[in-house]
Design a protein around this ligand. Structure first.
Ligand code: URA
Length: 209
């Protein structure tokens, strides 16, 4: 599938299976979600550019690689995206965070913005949109639109699950934006939930249902 990387790492696939089970406790769901976020972060940053810097070990001076450029930005779409944040920040502790507040209007499934706050110099930073459930694609497109309006030029989307229609929508609006996902599930139900999916991520993560 063009523009999409399925993260088929065995640990991701195993943890996703555990997460899907409806009997999983809130605590366990949250923990698995965070662990998957960390593993996805490892994959989505695999090709980050490096630059050589001089350091001194206890024995000698040497040239050694460090990440090049400005600190990248993690942009969770609230609420579900927050579930990836902690795991990702454990690998990227200096990353900046942009909060993107969007909710889905329940009848039309249109994304409505209620909050947006992003760090400066977005144009010079890689932005990772944390969007666990790429369902209709409406929220992903709205988030990328908003980040681009604010100057972002290099954007990637990190998902837990995506649907073919969600991917098509994002690729149609933003062909420059690559998507990483643990799996592509076949369909959406009439309330906009991914099937078989994992259910409502916000509710399962925060115990609100
Ligand atoms: N948001 C969720 O939490 N779950 C879905 O299946 C789709 C969107």
């Amino acid at each position: 599938m063009q523009g999409v990387t399925i993260v088929d790492h065995p640990l991701v696939q195993h943890k996703l299976t555990l997460l899907r089970e409806k009997s999983r406790s809130t605590k366990s769901f949250r923990q698995l979600f965070s662990e998957i976020g960390m593993l996805l972060c490892y994959e989505v940053t695999r090709d980050l550019p490096l630059v050589q810097t001089e350091i001194e070990t206890p024995l000698a001076k040497m040239q050694s690689p460090v990440l090049a450029g400005k600190k990248l930005v993690l942009a969770p779409i609230v609420r579900a995206g927050m579930g990836f944040l902690e795991g990702m920040l454990s690998l990227l502790p200096s990353a900046r965070v942009a909060h993107v507040g969007l909710y889905r209007e329940p009848r039309t499934l249109v994304a409505v913005e209620y909050f947006f706050k992003a760090p400066d110099e977005l144009a010079e930073r890689l932005v990772l949109v944390l969007h666990p459930m790429l369902a209709t694609g409406n929220s992903a497109v709205a988030a990328v639109d908003r980040l681009k309006e604010s100057g972002a030029k290099a954007i990637r989307i990190v998902c837990l699950l995506a649907t073919p229609q969600g991917i098509e929508k994002v690729r149609g609006h933003h062909p420059d934006v690559h998507i990483w996902t643990a799996a592509v599930d076949p369909e959406l139900n009439d309330q906009g939930y991914i099937v078989p999916g994992v259910g409502d991520v916000g509710d399962r993560m925060y115990g609100t249902k």
